[in-house]
Design a protein around this ligand. Structure first.
Ligand code: GTP
Ligand code: MG
Length: 432
């Protein structure tokens, strides 16, 4: 498995559209989940009186998830095709857990958007407050450029070609507005529950001549690794491990981290030397973009490193914006009960950081499709409007211009448990 190129694949879409079930079925069909485990899960699903959820239980492992029949937290599983191996990141569709979905999407190279084609379900997901819409916006803004759309529950819409076309048309229209290149996207009819058109063509879908789900996934291109850029490694967490000391973990976004490197952790400023790097419990000499690693640094304490910090080399440390500084962002408002105005202070999510930030100015309202300026210094921005705004963090925040390091130049704005806006960093003043 380790010899094949690797891709992180996030599974997104509206609640109950069948994400976990489809991926569970795919893993069982490809043998990544053993028959024994599958039978065990069937038994557990019966005990919870949720027989039809047994495939979903491959990913839904928490008791609360199994009882409620929903995904809450991200779940990761590996699986391989002839040419690649994948880490599947199963995201929750429930709107209360969008922050987990954002974390998953920010780690992904590609996504499968699962859309139930069942009458009414496709429509609800695409509605103004639906998560098909919200997840698609977030995926695009978080830099997930490659997408496959599964039009799921084919058994319910009776493999009807007209219904399939209707779903494709509606989902395409949304994806086009968001900025996806719809011509490059495969739309695949599937039934996760029946395991149809996942790994082999399905007799009930004779009119369909496109790829199966696994073929579509296998066509994803490997992302180019930004090896020549300065090192940026956002910290996900740090643990104290007996005998080793404090071990921060995170994913290399850009650049290369080598054993023996001098490093600096921003915004705190701790400097030290990398003693060892570990990936999948094995020591490795260097880590490259896409690698999820843990590492140890001599003399590091838990106070020196936090989720949201960024590790870089001392000669080119990550940019830090202080509360005296600000950044200029281009944003799209996805949802707000009234309107966004100057002074509004929601939470900004970017790489692994979550920090409150204040809208210090609304500069321009833009036409979402053309980017042309519609209004200077607008008083408000409302749902579905695009704008250039200025934001100031209430605590120091690691951020970069999108143009220079896109991996650290995207952000989402959340409030009241929902995503209010997504955006990219056009410019910044550190305020230091
Ligand atoms: P969240 O993770 O909570 O967002 O939901 P999900 O998208 O992972 O959906 P899940 O896989 O938990 O499935 C929800 C329900 O839809 C379960 O009862 C499944 O059995 C059912 N379901 C999923 N796929 C299909 C399908 O292809 N056909 C039919 N008939 N039912 C399906
Ligand atoms: Mg699920």
């Amino acid at each position: 498995m380790a010899d094949k190129p690797h891709l992180n694949l996030v599974i997104i879409g509206h609640i109950d559209h069948g994400k976990s079930t489809m991926m569970g079925a795919l893993l069982i069909k490809t043998g990544a989940v053993t028959d024994r485990e599958a039978r065990e899960l069937e038994k557990i699903a019966k005990e919870f009186d949720r027989d039809s959820w047994s495939y979903a239980y491959v990913f839904d492992r928490l008791k609360e998830e199994r009882q409620r029949g929903i995904t809450i937290d991200l779940a990761f599983r590996k699986f391989e095709t002839d040419s690649k191996y994948f880490t599947i990141i199963d995201a929750p569709g429930h709107r209360d857990f969008v922050k987990n979905m954002i974390t998953g999407a920010s780690q992904a190279d590609a996504a499968v958007l699962v859309v139930s084609g069942k009458k009414g379900e496709m429509e609800v997901g695409l509605a103004a407050n639906g998560q098909t819409r919200e997840h698609a916006y977030l995926a695009q803004t978080l830099g997930v450029k490659q997408l496959v759309v599964a039009i799921n529950k084919a058994d319910v819409w009776e493999y009807d070609q007209d219904r399939f076309n209707e779903c494709v048309e509606n989902v395409s229209a949304l994806l086009k507005t968001i900025g996806f290149r719809v011509g490059d996207i495969a739309f695949v009819p599937t039934s996760g529950l029946k395991g149809e058109n996942l790994t082999e063509p399905c007799d009930s879908l004779k009119w369909y001549d496109g790829p199966t789900l696994i073929e579509a996934i296998d066509q994803f291109k490997l992302p180019e690794k930004p090896l020549d850029k300065p090192l940026r490694l956002p910290i996900q967490d740090a643990y104290r491990i007996k005998g080793t000391g404090v071990v921060p973990v995170g994913r290399v976004e850009t650049g290369v981290l080598k054993k023996g490197d001098k490093i600096k952790i921003m915004p705190g400023g701790f400097e030290g030397e990398i003693r060892s790097i570990e990936m999948h419990h094995e020591e490795i000499p260097k880590a490259e973009p896409g690698d999820n690693v843990g590492f140890s640094i001599r003399g590091l304490n838990l106070d020196d490193v936090h989720r949201g910090d960024v590790l870089s080399h001392p000669d080119n440390p990550c940019t830090v914006i202080t509360p005296n500084g600000n950044w200029t962002g281009q944003v799209i408002v996805i949802w707000h009960p009234t309107a966004v105005a100057q002074g509004y202070t929601p939470v900004v999510h970017t790489h692994t950081a979550q920090i409150a930030a204040r809208f210090t100015a609304l500069k321009k309202k833009l036409d979402q499709k053309t980017g042309a300026v519609i209004e200077d210094s607008p008083k408000f921005i409302k749902k579905n409007e695009a704008a250039i705004v200025q934001l100031s963090p209430i605590k120091k925040l690691c951020l970069e211009k999108y143009e220079e390091i896109p991996e650290l130049g995207r952000f989402a704005i959340r409030d009241m448990g929902r995503t209010v806006a997504v955006g990219i960093v056009k410019d910044l003043e550190t305020g230091a």
